[in-house]
Ligand binder design. Structure first.
Ligand code: NAP
Length: 321
């Protein structure tokens, strides 16, 4: 169960918000203590109690309060979950996607929960659109602290080096790598005054190769890994206070993953696919989008302030074997 706090008008900074959360929990606990009888009420008391402990220990979902974030591909899977978790942590989020309706849906969910978000159409391969997205973030929310370069494609180009076409190669490289370059370039330009965090979603396929994945996907994700380090070093060297890190998810059960049914002759159903992938994750389950979103939130927050040029591998042990 998640608790969403609606702050009174004029609640300005992080400390005031923290205090308000603690006071609200306190008040509700006192009210409920007298009347609690049903299992639901007792469960709520438990949640409130845990929330208070969490707030007091300063461990409330890695704070991203006051930050402004852009999340690309935010209409689905990892991008959607990342947008939601950042907003729950107090960030204002610009959700963009090539699927405009999906981005709008994510922004609506955030707003319904009391968070701040806007949505925008964005094809990340379109250089000109980056300028418009960044301008929208700064004009609506006043600044830009976080960019999550998440949008990506699999699907086409999964053929091996002998079967694949140059056209497929170019399509994948354009979305998965060229666009991350464009996003980093624009974000560095905007963030170099105040600093910020750029989070690039790579993959375990940016660390190891795999049969059935195809050269373009592996190469694009490997490119994201080293591009992130390059930009991190550049920013650090020039004293920009911009941290740049990559995240390397294992197989995560999202629409992109589910579309891989049929990737091999024996994989004819989602259940076949799930069972095949399970065997490759020593932890005994497939990842869910929120597993990665938590890493995004961590890298967006000051809790990761000593991390730049790093690879955050969240893969259930995939690369350990
Ligand atoms: P997803 O559910 O398919 O979501 C990706 C979103 O990005 C979709 O809404 C998609 O729109 C959008 N998109 C595609 N091309 C775009 C473009 N040119 N500009 C803007 N948006 C675009 O995928 P996901 O599984 O969450 O993957 C997110 C990222 O994680 C990707 O970079 C992926 O490579 C990476 N990743 C995923 C896994 C996994 O197992 N799922 C593992 C490792 C890494 P459409 O649906 O309309 O195409």
């Amino acid at each position: 169960m998640l608790l969403h706090f609606i702050f009174p008008a004029g609640t300005q900074n992080m400390e005031e918000k923290w205090n308000y959360r603690v006071r609200s929990c306190n008040w509700l606990l006192c009210e409920l203590a007298d009347i609690a009888a049903s299992p639901e009420q007792l469960r709520l008391i438990n949640v409130l109690w845990e929330t208070q402990i969490c707030i007091r220990s300063g461990d409330d979902m890695n704070r991203v309060d006051e930050k402004v974030a852009i999340v690309t591909g935010g209409g689905s899977g990892i991008g959607e979950s990342s947008s939601e978790l950042l907003a729950e942590g107090g960030a204002s989020v610009v959700v963009t996607d090539i699927n405009e309706e999906a981005a709008e849906h994510t922004a609506d969910i955030i707003k319904q929960r009391g968070g701040r978000a806007i949505s925008m159409y964005q094809d990340v391969t379109d250089e000109g659109r980056w300028q418009e997205v960044v301008e929208a973030a700064t004009s609506k929310f006043g600044k830009l602290n976080v960019l999550v370069n998440n949008a990506g494609i699999g699907g086409v180009g999964m053929d091996d080096i002998e079967q694949s076409s140059f056209e497929d190669w170019r399509k994948i490289m354009s979305t998965n790598l060229d666009a991350v370059y464009l996003g980093c370039k624009k974000a560095v330009e905007v963030m170099k005054g105040e600093g910020g965090s750029i989070i690039n979603i790579s993959s375990v396929m940016g660390i190891v190769a795999s049969v059935g994945v195809g050269p373009a996907y592996n190469a694009s994700k490997g490119g994201v890994r080293l591009l992130s380090k390059q930009v991190a070093v550049h920013c650090g060297t020039l004293g920009y206070k911009i941290r740049v890190n990559s995240i390397h998810p294992g197989f995560i059960w999202t629409p992109m993953m589910r579309s891989a049914v049929g990737v091999a002759d024996e994989i004819t159903t989602e259940e076949d696919l799930r069972q095949m992938l399970l065997l490759r994750h020593p932890i005994g389950r497939l990842g869910v989008a929120e597993d990665i979103a938590k890493g995004v939130r961590f890298l967006a927050s000051e809790d990761s302030s000593f991390m730049t040029g790093s690879e955050l591998v969240i893969d259930g042990g995939y690369t350990a074997v």
